[in-house]
Design a protein around this ligand. Sequence first.
Ligand SMILES: CCCCCCCC/C=C\C=C\CC(=O)SCCNC(=O)CCNC(=O)[C@H](O)C(C)(C)COP(=O)(O)OP(=O)(O)OC[C@H]1O[C@@H](n2cnc3c(N)ncnc32)[C@H](O)[C@@H]1OP(=O)(O)O
Length: 248
Amino acid sequence: MGVAVIKLKNPPVNSLSLEVLTEFVISLEKLENDKTFRGVIVTSDCPGIFSAGLDLTEMCGKSQAHYAEYWRAVQELWLRLYLSNLVLIAAINGVSPAGGCLMSLTCDYRVLADNPKYNMGLNETLLGIVAPSWFKDTLVNTVGHRTAERALQLGLLFPPAEALRVGMVDQVVPEDQVHSTALSVMAQWLAVPDHARQLTKNLMRKPTADRLVKQRDADIQYFLRFISRDSIQKSLRVYLDKLRQKKG
Ligand SMILES: CCCCCCCC/C=C\C=C\CC(=O)SCCNC(=O)CCNC(=O)[C@H](O)C(C)(C)COP(=O)(O)OP(=O)(O)OC[C@H]1O[C@@H](n2cnc3c(N)ncnc32)[C@H](O)[C@@H]1OP(=O)(O)O
């Protein structure tokens, strides 16, 4: 039925490095241009981890030019996913904080494995950083304003039952059924004529995407000023050190 599977593979935690973002965009573009494909299942090849989100090492101790290149790549992937003409289904087979959660929120449907460890949410505030307005918009469009307001301020990571309750995911299923469920949901979405579904998706999503498109450069400048602050760099270093020390 013309369904591709994109399996993220950047061990150990599928962090969204510049290289991963770039390759993801290229793969998506190829699938968009190949008319034999109508849908994509986005999933992970790293056991227990869908994606650890944006790669913190790309945002820490690097040059301004690097930050700008990185942020443009983050914007690009979000725009491509959010406005994709393909049916995108996230088969979430692991934990998905921050950018990992955001990636799944750009999909049309989310199936999450029922494992209490597989938390998801936009936890940026816990790192001492702030989810940009378009991250916030994506969450609001999924779970509504009040739930998003509380989740964003507290940096909440929702376990599967809670994620389902607030509407962050559409289905929670046993871990060994995530892929088969994604496939049967895909069949249902592909039964709808493409042109009608695509125009409807665009109608729902374009106003949100346009807000970023209209101010992409300003958004990059804003990110540069924010991420270059000493206090933000310090927060990120402390957070990364904590992650590294966990093992020791
Ligand atoms: C006013 C408006 C301002 C607007 C300005 C905009 C500013 C916005 C800026 C940024 C937005 C960022 C969004 C993000 O996505 S930030 C990333 C958030 N991610 C996380 O918090 C997840 C962190 N990771 C974990 O919690 C765990 O690693 C977990 C995914 C649960 C996996 O746990 P485990 O299996 O135990 O693995 P380890 O913790 O031991 O990690 C293994 C190694 O991987 C490194 N790691 C983990 N996460 C990341 C990451 N996101 N980026 C880079 N590296 C990561 C970890 O340090 C370990 O490394 P090492 O082996 O060297 O010790």
